[in-house]
Design a protein around this ligand. Structure first.
Ligand SMILES: Nc1nc2c(c(=O)[nH]1)N[C@H]1C(S)=C(S)[C@@H](COP(=O)(O)OP(=O)(O)OC[C@H]3O[C@@H](n4cnc5c(N)ncnc54)[C@H](O)[C@@H]3O)O[C@H]1N2
Ligand code: MOO
Length: 708
């Protein structure tokens, strides 16, 4: 650790609370054996806290608060202080008693308070709480993912907040949660004392033997899931592991054939509805409309981006952020072993620079796709597939990863503004506001557009209802961006939901935006479970993000647990490779339960390409409409295949290109003028009017296209 690095919370101490009566558990909670380390729970926690103290996180020390009758059961490591929590002296004020006893022992300290009965607490959940505690915040508490309520027993308290707790206790209000709310003027929410959890379970307590049994089973399962872990190797409890890889990737055309074979219900009378995508109007009056309502209209002014895209430097892959120089010589013969210093998932605020500096640069950070990166020093990301966690801890108790390939600077990193810079033209005057333009505009912070000619009105008699569930705690709705209000660091504008809404309108379907579930499995499962029995029923359910390798990518396993069987997961396409299709069969009592569930990958262009192809195919099947994709002849296909970078045999790539003003066909000339690097770059939507799909097999390339 760098000695010169200032510490995040100057006078931080930690108190481990042991004093509860364990009456519902029936035996002393602090003595239960933690399955990962086989140590009594209090010692398991103390090992971690003492380790963090050594690393400088708790300069004011480690304290245990216990009742006098517990004293003899404890073996405290050297340097750990004991304060006696005496209910006879303090009265029946619950955990406030232990907290205030500790505070009395070191009145100037700020305290990290931790209850012993939280078995899922990890090093990274402690560091995250410390890192999230704002300098001017009186108290910081984790928020329960299920209901947003603060968890008082995994929290940070300053002397000011402790004074409030003391005063409340004098008035007979001993709940620490109440004191935390009082000191914040009535409410604790994210950014005002509230800290969102990354590891859902870190605030899960075990109060009863049943809860403890479940926790033990869960912890043991995680332990086994860790590569290299064996039951005889006790180590720190693992944070949620990376998701397993899709087992079998299929070709684009196989995926379409599987969609063709799905037993989808017939939509009655659908063919009598004109395709709204072709409805036009001569109304020349310009009006400024919310983006989705403007879809289908003609823009009456040039529109420039207000936000950069991406909004911040971030990881393009689920894996490990590393200083590339550390892997300069890495090879299978000369592997490089690096400890994991921390973990960042998409939506986490950037870790405080002083914490990153304190942890040093000899190591790696676990990062998920879309996560901010710890610092410029971690200039490359290695995919989880290309590294291997060894299953053993280093001497400091940190998990260790083996790297066997070199990393090049900037690999799998996306730089702020690399697609679009504020001020770039994203929509020309006279351009149609297509669903793809909605995607681009929303990503760049444009919430309203002035259009002339009447845009598409939502279908009066929709062909069907399509549910949309966006996931990922990093997404913020476009509507929440007031003028001049940027998303907080780490957040991203949800541009996919507006795109899907506009696209579904254009196909004559009614989009129904269901509540986003963040990273919570349970919130996602209850939304999908309700969608399966909705009345009137849905024709299709579309989920967004969470289908790749990240530790929060739970969509495939969550859908499986709801009885939605996979039709495919993984298609050889770029962008969009992790796309998944599931199907819920009709039940004997409810034919309307039959529901295809299309899970789009989170990268906006991957979502768009997959929705246009697989979503489009599903909507066409449901409505009886024909396909909008047109094949190019062999000569044209050859020319296009020369202009666009080659793709592997057996795979397909999607590109967005301008249309030729005269012919209305994809413009090869404009495509030649562009510098193509990879398919699916969001910035390539500016000025574009069509998708071009290149399918490569042993015979060569065939090309299809469709305008938007
Ligand atoms: N180790 C690996 N990592 C990744 C792989 C891989 O093969 N190995 N595949 C990459 C590909 S390809 C894609 S595409 C993404 C898809 O990942 P997910 O579906 O799990 O999506 P997330 O990780 O949750 O999000 C990806 C990206 O998209 C942003 N996002 C999510 N939702 C929205 C939204 N509604 N509007 C705008 N942007 C959204 C999110 O913040 C992330 O930046 O995985 C790669 N990783
Ligand atoms: O990274 Mo992805 O599906 O190719 O956008």
């Amino acid at each position: 650790m760098a000695d010169s690095a200032p510490l995040r919370i100057a006078n931080l101490a930690v108190v481990l609370l042991l004093g509860g009566r364990s009456s519902r558990m029936g035996s002393a909670k602090h003595l239960l054996e933690h399955p990962a380390t086989r140590r009594p729970l209090y010692q398991h926690h103390l090992d971690l806290l003492v380790e963090l103290e050594k690393q400088g996180v708790f300069p004011a020390g480690v304290v245990v608060s216990a009742r006098a009758d517990q004293r003899d059961q404890l073996e405290l490591p050297e340097g750990v202080e004991l304060v006696v929590d005496d209910p006879d002296k303090n009265g029946a004020i619950g955990p406030a008693s232990g907290i205030l006893e500790a505070a009395n022992a070191k009145p100037d300290a700020t305290w990290l308070v931790l209850a012993v009965d939280l078995p899922f607490v990890t090093r990274s959940s402690i560091l995250r709480l410390v890192a999230s505690h704002a300098r001017d915040s009186p108290v910081s508490l984790y928020l329960h993912p299920s209901d947003g309520n603060p968890e008082p027993l995994f929290s940070v308290w300053t002397p000011r907040a402790l004074e409030q707790l003391r005063a409340n206790c004098r008035e007979g209000k001993s709940g620490p949660c109440r004191a935390a709310k009082d000191v914040w003027g009535g409410k604790v929410v994210e950014g005002r004392g509230g800290v969102s959890v990354v590891e859902d379970d870190c605030v899960r307590d075990a109060d009863t033997p049943e809860e403890w049994e479940q926790a033990v089973a869960e912890l043991a399962k995680r332990q086994q899931l860790r590569p290299g872990a064996t039951s005889s190797q006790p180590s720190a409890p693992a944070p949620p592991p990376f998701a397993p890889a899709p087992t079998h990737s299929i070709s684009f055309h196989t995926a379409l054939a599987l969609i063709d074979d799905l037993p989808l219900p017939q939509v009655v009378g659908a063919s009598s509805i004109p395709d709204p995508a072709f409805s036009t109007s001569n109304d020349e009056r310009a009006s400024r409309l919310p983006l989705v309502e403007a879809a289908g209209g003609i823009s009456s002014a040039t529109v420039r981006a207000t936000l950069p895209c991406p909004l911040h430097d971030n990881s393009a892959m689920d894996g490990y952020a590393v200083p590339s120089s550390l892997l300069a010589t890495a090879s299978p013969d000369r592997p490089v072993l690096l400890p994991i210093l921390g973990r960042i998932v998409a939506g986490d605020p950037p870790p405080p620079p002083e914490l990153v500096a304190a942890l040093g640069t000899h190591g790696c950070w676990e990062v998920m796709t879309g996560a901010v990166l710890p610092s410029a020093a971690f200039d490359a990301v290695v995919k989880v597939e290309d590294a291997h966690e060894v299953g053993e801890a280093d001497r400091a108790g940190r998990r260790v990863v083996r790297f066997v390939t070199r990393a090049t600077p900037q690999q799998h990193r996306r730089a702020k503004g690399e697609q679009v810079q504020p001020g770039d033209v994203v929509l020309g005057e006279g351009e149609r506001v297509s669903p793809e333009k909605v995607l681009l505009l929303a990503a760049c912070g444009i919430a309203q557009v002035a259009v002339r000619s009447a845009p598409l009105s939502p279908p009066r008699r929709p062909r069907g209802r399509v549910g949309i569930v966006a996931t990922g705690k990093e997404i913020v709705p476009l509507a929440s961006l007031g003028p001049g209000r940027e998303p907080a660091p780490g957040h991203v504008v949800d541009c996919i939901t507006p795109f899907l809404s506009a696209l579904l309108h254009s196909h004559g379907f009614e989009p129904v935006v269901l509540s986003s579930s963040g990273d919570s499995r349970s919130a996602f499962a209850s939304t999908v479970a309700a969608a399966l029995v909705a009345d009137p029923p849905f024709s299709l359910l579309v989920t967004v993000a969470g289908v790749s390798r990240g530790s929060t990518d739970h969509i495939p396993s969550s859908l499986a647990s709801l009885g939605i069987s996979p039709v495919f997961h993984g298609v050889k396409i770029r962008p969009g490779a992790p796309v998944k299709l599931g199907f819920h069969p009709p039940t004997p009592t409810r034919a309307s339960c039959a529901l295809p569930v299309l899970s789009l990958p989170g990268n906006p262009m991957a979502s768009a390409a997959c929705m246009r192809s697989f979503g489009g195919a599903l909507l066409e099947r449901l409505s009886g409409a024909g396909t909008a994709w047109r094949s190019m002849d062999a000569a044209q296909a050859r020319r296009w295949a020369q202009v666009l970078p080659a793709t592997r045999s057996g795979s397909s790539s999607f590109w967005t290109v301008p249309l030729d003003a005269q012919s209305g066909l994809p413009s090869l000339e404009s495509a030649m003028a562009r510098r193509w690097t990879w398919p699916g770059a969001l910035g390539s939507l500016a000025g574009a009017g069509a998708w071009v799909r290149v399918d490569v097999d042993e015979q060569g390339a065939s090309v299809a296209w469709r305008s938007f």
